[in-house]
Design a protein around this ligand. Sequence first.
Ligand SMILES: [Ca+2]
Length: 235
Amino acid sequence: MKQAAVILLVMVLATGATFADILTFDAADDFLLSNPNGAWSYGSTASPGSAFGRFTSTSTAFFGTGILAHNTSGTSFNMPAVFKNPNATTTTVFGTLFMAAGSLAMHPGNVSPTFTVTRWTAPQTGDFNIFGGFSGAASATTDVHLLHNGASIFSDNINGLGDTALFSQTVSFSSEDTLDFVVGDGGNGFGSDSTGLNAQITSIVPEPATYALFGLVSICIFALRNRHRAPLKFE
Ligand SMILES: [Ca+2]
């Protein structure tokens, strides 16, 4: 009975600590008009890291046919906004903004709070890889930021169509920590400031040392089981 309890304990430890599911998130693929939307939420701030206000307005024809948006109602051009082209083909807006099929973009506003924010909230404690980038989707002149709990972990500027600001880093999160993808107007107004966002977030796979621990646990289980197996008898 005692050994059975030990076996159960090591099995729980093994399965719980070693084979936790790998979590993956993609800002564009995951985008929906609900807010919050799973781990994602959409809103604005007066400055990078200041109080976050969630958008309360949505559109299904933002900037063109079928473009889905979370935005601020009642402001000029309803900016700031976070929007996606869910169409199967590139959608051209105003003749200058080209949104590839399935792509996501952000646009700052001209009335405070002007910074547009795509927020990811960590669903669990752990290390996550953050990979992707911002890109000029039109003749954008913007400042772009990544903030962990409001503190900057990445900052750059976008200057023009096709300009990019790429990020790739590993960050340790506690459950409910926030990671904000932020776009500001670059200090020169918000005209034509559509800025693409490509962001993938993936939980870190177990370290090799954890696999070694699992191997040791497996050996212990095997040994305990064999210890109680009836010996073969030769008569
Ligand atoms: Ca600008």
